[in-house]
Design a protein around this ligand. Structure first.
Ligand code: TXA
Ligand code: MG
Length: 329
């Protein structure tokens, strides 16, 4: 299959492909998504094929208006309405009781559906023009870092999907926060672009994300996606308190002297000569926005290690540390 690279002025072409049951990658404010008609089993099957994604991992359905919710969900609890009123459009996904019209392949047979109203003009215009809710996981091969640029989408999926909308790099660079609104109290299933502090300001009872065990498997059976391998570059990822700890964390004895090491963090290493590439970010938002692209850059340079400096676990720092831990497992 030849993948078309569409400009941001060719959204009608993309919408036609989606209406014809094809798969199209598009930018959102978090990461690029790989979209297909959420109401068509055969269209959604193509997403799983293109990504090589296990079919027990459900997808998020993307909307361009809250009124579309009633065709996908049986009920919306009052507290979920509050989250929707205050945080949509934005990087928040809400899991709600699903209607029978949503195909089982989208939800991996669960009785709930994850929905999101992205805050990105191209994503919204695409959904509007297609006139369809779009099921869309991140637009990367399963197990690879999420794509935050159209070039990263092309690297993974050229030849496997119908088209890519070639927009700008994404703003957040990490995926949306997923909140389960089918339980009481609600729970965070995946930390992301919306922080726990923002959620608590609206719903003080929401349970924080509970994390994963040593094998990177979720201890939380309600979040099927988290048990799969995620966010891994080919290079080994080491999370360090400071760049000076790298050799110790990587295991000096086994470290070849010619090892290619890339560093990313908020502080400049005191001992820079051990790093082939150094990326110092001015704040945690910039760190989050560049992380996945930095992983891909490390792979294209055949780096052996990516050394990542820890950040404080508040705000977006919770999601960033979650991705760093997963990548290092
Ligand atoms: O920012 C994002 O959320 C991006 C953009 C494209 O919108 N999408 C994304 O999709 O990250 P994906 O497929 O990579 O991650 C979806 C997550 C998975 O962890 C999945 O298990 C969870 O959402 N999920 C989906 N439906 C669910 C459901 N019904 N119950 C519990 N978790 C669900
Ligand atoms: Mg993903």
């Amino acid at each position: 299959m030849k993948t078309r690279h569409l400009s941001v002025f060719e959204l009608e072409e993309a919408a036609l492909l989606l209406r014809a049951g094809e798969v199209v990658a598009f930018p959102t404010e978090t990461v690029y998504g790989l979209g297909a008609n959420a109401l068509s089993t055969s269209a959604v099957e193509k997403i799983f094929q293109a990504k090589g994604r296990p079919t027990d991992n459900p997808l998020i359905v993307h909307l361009s208006a809250t009124r579309q919710l009633s065709s996908l969900c049986r009920e919306i609890p009052m507290e979920a309405r509050h989250l929707i009123d205050r945080l949509w459009p934005g990087p928040l996904t809400i899991v709600l009781p699903k209607r029978d019209e949503v195909p089982d392949i989208v939800t991996a047979g669960l009785d709930s559906v994850a929905v999101r109203f992205p805050n990105h003009p191209l994503a919204l215009e695409l959904i509007e023009r297609a006139g369809l809710p779009l099921a869309a996981p991140s637009a990367n091969l399963s197990g690879r870092p999420s794509a935050t640029t159209w070039q990263a989408v092309a690297e993974d999926l050229d030849g496997r999907i119908s088209a890519i909308i070639c927009g700008e790099p994404t703003l957040f660079g990490l995926e949306s926060t997923v909140v389960d609104a089918t339980c009481n109290p609600f729970r965070v299933l995946r930390p992301g672009g919306v922080s726990l502090e923002q959620l608590h300001a609206i719903c003080p009872n929401i349970q924080p994300y509970s994390g994963t065990n040593q094998e990177g498997e979720t201890t939380d059976v309600k979040s099927p996606g988290l048990k799969h391998k995620h966010y891994q570059p080919k290079a080994k990822v080491c999370v360090v308190r400071s760049a000076a700890d790298f050799a110790q964390v990587a295991g000096v004895a086994t470290l070849p002297s010619a090892a290619i090491v890339h560093y990313i963090g908020l502080n400049r290493p005191i001992d820079p000569q051990q790093f082939a590439v150094i990326r110092v970010c001015t704040n945690v938002h910039e760190f989050a926005a560049h992380l996945f692209d930095f992983f891909r850059q490390a792979d294209s340079n055949n780096a052996d290690f990516v050394c990542c400096e820890e950040v404080q676990e508040t705000g977006i720092g919770v999601a960033l540390m979650d991705r760093l831990r997963r990548a290092s497992q």
